[in-house]
Design a protein around this ligand. Structure first.
Ligand code: XIL
Length: 345
């Protein structure tokens, strides 16, 4: 029994695919993906700076391969992500002289971008993360360039353009740290406002970049209930569980821009202790117990990477660490917790 089989009928078990994997350069990892997962998302290649680096240039080669792989293997395909302040190309917001574009121009560019990308995969990509990370931890809207230039309407417009381009696709709002009460409330406010304006937000993605100590299961549960309570499907979209302490916890200070992590500061450079392995297993077990409890509300649980070697957590929040946040190790071997998760269903 594999993960996807064990969880069939509860929710999809997904993974992000990186550009190397999509390009077909990681045979072994892709075999693992076919065996264990039934949903996919592109880690980077559909982000605007990659898929639309210049106004007249679209890079569809990798996204096409990504979608074809999902179709060949009967997988649920999520598009990530249309409107995000990060990994967006500078040209989007500037004219030829480098001046900030007008509201009208930015709206027209958003429309072109969304129509072109969503339209290309109409009827093939099942769901889209239409807007990513528009709310701050304090619940206020992020003052991104989209917000500054267009105003709050950019949120409504993004969903409208996506709906026009593919009326059948499910459209999602996606964000991190959704268990913070103020942020949870801010996201609810945003989605309700969109609903009042006649926009259907089909689902809300909880990214799920978690640690051993937090966020608390109780707070995650409140978020699942609150999102589902306003009629949205809930999905865990970017699950990984770092075992490394944040550097600011170790240094007792904020990380400055020139902060460099050194191997001497890596507590698990020689490998993980038994105690950490135990905490890791327990934490994943608790998370999945919560997801199973709410499997009537949760449609998908997607890991942010196939194996530990793929994980962005090796380079975030600081570069050059060795992290162990996923279910499969650097040799694609399942960790013991995989069996525990399978037995739980
Ligand atoms: C990350 C990727 O994993 C990295 O490879 C990339 O350098 C930066 O972005 N929230 C998101 C994801 O929605 O798209 C981010 O992915 C992680 C945080």
């Amino acid at each position: 029994v594999t993960l996807k089989d064990a969880y069939a009928g509860k929710f999809y078990i997904g993974t992000a695919l990186n550009e190397r994997q999509i390009a077909g350069k990681s045979e072994e990892e892709m075999e693992l993906v076919k065996k264990q997962f039934n949903a996919i998302v592109a880690e980077n290649c559909m982000k605007s700076e990659r898929i639309h680096p210049k106004e007249d240039t679209y890079n569809f080669a990798l996204p096409d391969k990504f979608v074809a792989f999902g179709e060949e293997n009967g997988m649920w395909i999520n598009g990530h992500t249309l409107i995000w302040h990060s990994q967006a190309p500078a040209w989007f917001f500037e004219d030829d002289q480098g001046n900030t574009v007008s509201r009208e121009v930015l709206i027209a560019r958003m429309k072109d971008h969304i129509h072109k990308v969503v339209g290309r995969y109409k009827g093939r990509v099942h769901t889209w993360d239409v807007v990513n990370e528009a709310v701050l931890d304090n619940g206020e809207l992020r003052k991104s360039k989209f917000y500054e230039i267009i105003g709050e309407d950019y949120l409504k417009l993004a969903f409208q353009f996506a709906r026009e381009a593919d009326p059948e696709a499910e459209l999602y709002y996606n964000d991190y740290s959704t268990a913070i009460p103020e942020k949870r409330a801010g996201i609810i406010r945003l989605v309700k406002k969109l609903q009042d304006e006649g926009i259907t937000v089909d689902g809300i993605g909880m990214q799920g970049h978690v640690g051993l100590d937090g966020p608390a299961i109780e707070e995650l549960e409140k978020t699942i209930l609150a999102f589902s309570g306003i009629g949205a499907k809930v999905m865990i979209t970017e699950l990984d569980l770092t075992v490394l302490p944040s550097p600011w916890e170790r240094t007792g200070a904020e990380v400055s821009a020139d902060f460099k992590y050194s191997k001497e500061m890596d507590p698990y450079a020689e490998g993980l202790t038994d105690s950490i392995k135990r905490q890791f297993d327990e934490r994943y077990t608790h998370l999945f117990r919560l997801f199973l409890k709410h499997s009537d509300k949760i449609t998908r649980v997607t890991f942010w990477g196939v194996n530990d070697g793929n994980s962005w957590r090796n380079n975030w929040p600081v570069r050059g660490r060795t992290d162990y946040p996923l279910l499969f190790d650097r040799n694609n071997h399942p960790k013991p917790v995989v069996d525990a998760l399978i037995q739980m269903t």
